[in-house]
Design a binder for this molecule. Structure first.
Ligand code: 3PG
Length: 408
């Protein structure tokens, strides 16, 4: 048991039917329906392998796409094929989540077999809008169709979906009411790394916050500066431009208009308050890179300065690139920062989809100490809230006692 949650170490797997919720939600190429990254699929491999090699009948539940931020619901079929390749063993896939076909297939599984169900968000009760408008308790989530139909077929529930741990949805929080439950290896590792980063980072601890996910970045900035986890924040990307605008620096009409057009005008006010409170700990770009009059990167001087800071820090956390790094004319800042990440002796953690992509693009996957799968979950975790999935897993650890902790 760690953090009040059971781990796989305490679970007996042999011959058991295990429902394992993973987060393999990936950016999808809308034109072809193919996956643009496989990072999260790779990350869940150790847990899935351990379950299958331990003799469990493995049933994987996963979502793909969101109903609120971006409409890209897709089947999980491609994910199954990738997972199968990574594991070097068959992963069966069916076009059903909890209907008769799914239940029949689960009943017929043999020990060591792996089945991936289709996108759980094809069930309306699993969608974020449903979560937000109904706010079901975990006990109520246990009565939803998906939990009600699948729980009786299983012996154990494993949650390895750290990246979705901030969501309060039936496949994430409902099964723990009915089944002995534990976290998977990825969940455990991410929990450990991130809580360690928050509790006792080696100093100086620097947060590099950039990108275009403005609300998330500002929430994180406020949290880590307020808690003292960050000694310093280096800002870049759209986040840096907003801070500059708040300080009254001229970033150009076009850049300012873009900030307002994207609906981020109110963050200029947020930034003013942050700068007033923590101005001495927030570093702003001193120069910017422009394309067609629009600020799309940090400038050369800023890149050099940030690289030095990163090299002399002892802990560095990065969320968000410094510019539009997908394009050669606006990638220099991001490239420089990632060069420094590779060169520093500091403990380095990278979180969020774009940052993971940048890490791969610049060949730094092996140099970064920890690549976190979480975006929204990570931010919520850093803010100190007990995440809904953590709460549900703790509940299961208390409720099922020895019954749920069969030693291997
Ligand atoms: C994510 O991509 O952050 C997680 O998979 C959760 O997805 P969501 O924000 O669509 O719930």
């Amino acid at each position: 048991m760690r953090f009040g949650i059971n781990t796989l170490d305490e679970m007996c797997l042999d011959g058991k039917t295990v429902l394992c919720r993973v987060d393999i939600n990936q950016p999808v190429d809308r034109a072809t329906g193919t996956l643009k990254s496989t990072h999260r699929i790779e990350a869940c491999v150790p847990t899935v392998r351990e379950l299958a090699e331990g003799g469990a009948k493995v049933v994987l539940l996963a979502h793909q796409g969101s109903d609120i931020e971006y409409n890209n619901f897709y089947t999980t079929k491609h994910h199954g094929a990738v997972l199968s390749q990574l594991l070097g063993r068959e992963v069966r896939w069916i076009e059903d989540v909890c209907g008769p076909l799914a239940r029949e297939t689960i009943r017929g599984l043999a020990p060591g077999e792996i089945l991936l169900l289709d996108n759980v968000r094809f069930c309306s009760e699993e969608q974020t809008l449903f979560e937000k408008s109904l706010k079901l308790s975990h006990a109520e989530q246990a009565q939803t169709q998906v939990v009600h139909k699948l729980a009786p077929l299983a012996d154990l529930y494993v949650c390895d979906a750290f990246a979705a741990a901030h969501r309060d949805q039936p496949t994430l929080c409902g099964f723990q009411q009915l089944l002995p439950s534990c976290m998977g290896r990825l969940f455990e590792a991410e929990y450990c790394v991130i809580s360690g980063l928050m509790e006792c980072p080696k100093r100086p601890c620097i947060f590099v916050l950039g990108g275009a996910k403005v609300a998330d970045a500002f929430q994180m900035m406020e949290t880590v500066l307020g808690s003292g986890a960050a000694d310093q924040v280096l800002s870049g990307g759209l986040v840096g431009n907003i801070l500059l605008a708040a300080r009254g620096t001229d970033i150009g009409e076009k850049s300012l208009a873009f900030i307002r057009a994207q609906g981020y005008g109110s963050f200029i006010e947020t930034s003013k308050a942050l700068l007033e409170r923590y101005g001495d700990r927030i570093e702003l770009p001193g120069d910017l890179g422009y394309v067609d009059g629009m600020a799309v990167d940090i400038g050369e001087e800023t890149t050099k300065r940030y690289m030095e800071r990163i090299k002399s820090a002892r802990t560095v956390f990065v969320n968000g690139p410094m510019g539009v790094f997908e394009k050669p004319e606006s990638e220099a800042g991001t490239k420089g920062v990632w060069e420094a990440l590779g060169a520093t002796k500091a403990y380095t953690v990278v979180g969020g989809g774009d940052s993971v992509t940048a890490t791969k693009k610049y060949g730094k996957t092996k140099d970064v100490d920890y690549l976190c799968t979480g975006g929204g979950a990570l931010i919520r975790f850093l803010s100190g809230e007990e995440l809904p999935v953590v709460k549900a897993l703790r509940h299961a650890a208390r409720s099922f006692g020895e019954e749920g902790k069969v030693c291997r």
